[in-house]
Design a protein around this ligand. Structure first.
Ligand SMILES: [Zn+2]
Length: 412
């Protein structure tokens, strides 16, 4: 299966025009005018590639190439086309255009496949103006329902529900977007690495083993605000000193965790009153834990909770922790990992297995289907910026491996 580099370049350069400004990268937030133009382009390109196009109630776009036994569960491949502000032209788009080109090549070659093949452009993967990302795949996983769509609002106070209704989507049928196990036989997402590992090791492709998932928390520490000179060390209930101890405990627990991919970050700290000569009475801070094992995250959280109780007792403070979000990490199916690795080996393509530290639509698709991911090298390891770059040759090569893997899965 040969994928023309020119076709890949054309698709990616065309898409980059919607919301793209020279030197400023691409700004194509979900449902922005640029995104709507990009979505129309994707539908046209799917049609031009010989695919049947449809859309669901949250705007996920499907381009299907019917199999000889269409009653069998289909095989999916795809990614997203929305970007962050001043983002690049490859994050999401490489996997969307790659999917369309892989299916076009399969269709043109007349390669037989029992299962229907579907190229998917998932709606709004990046954090949206509604405060959540992965809108399309989240709805497929049943995590974003009608109630949530009405509850989440943009800064102007307009809900996701109203936004979708205004765009003409049959949003009351949002529950029909939901997929259940068995609906999709397998899903493979091609995506840029967004890190330096492939480039540094001279690899042209990466086979993802696990997608690390984030868990976010708010923590409030209540102490006693008082005079820095007048209050002895023994009499203090310093909310910041307690916070500092919690941060050291978190660092130790994450380093000692069973999962080597666990990370823990306190990225935001608000100290009250935040004055030079006043003992802080109140601190709010956030915790971001990423892990490829939810069990390991659970162990970290259980140990952290015990340590917080000890710190409360010893320092005379009150600590309250609230979960903002806890997504489940996903393991890429071993069989598909081996399939992708085997194709690379046979073709002499240098590759390596690696985890995804960032999350993707596949994390939610993994809730109802076996998934795998193929990574492409990111120049200098950077993404979410105008400098984001992956060579068109690598995207085309990835799409060739993708097409081969899709055919194997579609004939199982
Ligand atoms: Zn992405």
């Amino acid at each position: 299966m040969k994928i023309a580099v020119d076709r890949v370049r054309e698709g990616l350069e065309d898409l980059a025009r919607f919301g793209g400004t020279p030197g400023e990268g691409v700004s194509r937030l979900v449902f922005s005018p640029a995104d709507l133009l990009g979505r129309a382009y994707v539908k046209e390109r799917m049609k031009g590639a010989g695919l049947n196009v449809s859309e669901d109630a949250i705007g996920n776009i499907f381009g299907t190439l019917p199999g000889t036994e269409p009653e069998l569960a289909p095989v999916w491949t795809g990614s997203h086309i929305d970007t962050v502000l001043r983002g690049g032209r490859f994050d999401g788009m490489a996997g969307t255009i790659g999917a369309i080109e892989a299916l076009r090549a399969i269709g043109e070659a007349g390669a037989p496949h029992r299962r229907t093949l579907t190229a998917v452009a998932y709606t709004g993967e990046e954090p949206s103006v509604f405060g959540i990302g992965c809108l399309g795949s989240r709805a497929m996983a049943g995590v974003l329902d009608l109630e949530t769509a009405k509850a989440v609002k943009n800064e102007a106070g307009k809900s996701l529900y109203d936004t979708l209704a205004e765009l003409g989507y049959d949003v009351d049928r949002l529950d029909a977007v939901r997929r259940k196990p068995g609906d999709v036989y397998a899903a493979i997402e091609m995506h840029i690495e967004q890190g330096p590992k492939l480039e540094r090791s001279g690899c042209r492709l990466g086979v993802v083993t696990d997608i690390s998932a984030p868990a976010y928390f708010n923590v409030w520490v209540e102490g006693l605000q008082s005079h820095a000179g007048g209050t002895s060390m023994a009499d203090r209930r310093d909310a910041f000193a307690a916070t500092a101890e919690i941060s050291m405990v978190l660092e130790r627990l994450v380093k000692e965790a069973k999962s080597v991919y666990a990370t823990g970050t306190i990225g935001r700290v608000d100290v009250t009153p935040n004055a030079l000569n006043v003992i802080p009475g109140r601190v709010h801070f956030t915790i971001d834990i990423r892990n490829t094992s939810d069990g390991s995250t659970g162990e970290i959280l259980a140990a952290l909770s015990e340590e917080m109780k000890r710190i409360e007792r010893e320092r005379g403070v009150k600590v309250r922790m609230q979960t903002i979000n806890r997504d489940l990490p996903v393991h890429c199916e071993d069989g598909m990992q081996d399939l992708l690795a085997g194709i690379c080996e046979r073709r002499g393509i240098p590759f390596k297995r690696l985890i995804s530290g960032a999350f993707h639509d596949s994390m939610f698709v993994g809730a109802f289907a076996p998934i795998s991911m193929l990574f492409l090298p990111s120049r200098d390891g950077v993404s979410h910026c105008p400098e984001e770059w992956t060579s068109y040759e690598d995207v085309a090569l990835g799409a060739e491996v993708l097409a081969e893997a899709l055919l194997v899965k579609a004939n199982e």
